[in-house]
Design a protein around this ligand. Structure first.
Ligand SMILES: [Zn+2]
Length: 182
């Protein structure tokens, strides 16, 4: 991923290696890795834990993302009329969330759609778990947040809509994960 910190020209050395949900190479590797793990362990079920976009509390977070080339291209496919991703670093930019709330709203919709599509691909897509591991139960996760306006915040900060994931991916089980601010 390309996060806010990389957009600022710095390195985010927080111990995580973040891989973009829109990167085709990552998706295809992840599908192969899930199938390999499920078979090697002869597991009855497999869960895909913590597939969040980073992160709470929103665009001020050093890890907020993603602004990589794969995301730029995917955003342009979803919104052909928008030439660029938002600019979360320069508040006076015409592409900043404050000055272009319409673009920002589209970007948040894009992140949510991307995350749901990522999980749908891992489970139901070509080479996904339903195909490679028939009979293996599949669990998905999203964050829950008890604070004020928590459902909207999780959609905006992490790109997760539990109802949309459940309805689209149709997992055998869905876990609402305790969020650290709670
Ligand atoms: Zn990306």
């Amino acid at each position: 991923m390309v996060t806010r910190t990389e957009l600022e020209g710095k390195a985010l050395n927080d111990g995580y290696q973040r891989l973009c949900l829109n990167h085709e190479g990552y998706r295809s590797w992840k599908k192969q890795d899930l199938a390999r793990a499920a078979r090697a362990g002869t597991f009855d079920g497999i869960e895909i834990a913590e597939p969040h976009w980073p992160e709470y509390p929103g665009p001020a977070s050093p890890a907020f993302g993603c602004f990589c080339d794969a995301c730029r291209q995917a955003f342009r496919r979803m919104f052909p009329g928008e030439p660029a991703l938002p600019d979360i670093v320069h508040n006076d930019s015409p592409l900043s969330p404050g000055r272009n709330p319409t673009l920002w709203e589209k970007y948040l919709r894009f992140r949510q759609a991307s995350l749901t599509a990522f999980l749908d691909d891992l489970v139901n897509g070509a080479g996904g778990l339903r195909q490679t591991c028939p009979g293996v139960q599949v669990g998905t996760w999203t964050l829950a947040l008890a604070e004020q306006d928590g459902v909207r915040r999780v959609r905006a900060d992490s790109g997760e809509d539990a109802g949309e994931v459940a309805a689209t991916v149709r997992p055998d089980l869905h876990c609402l994960q305790t969020h650290w601010p709670d």
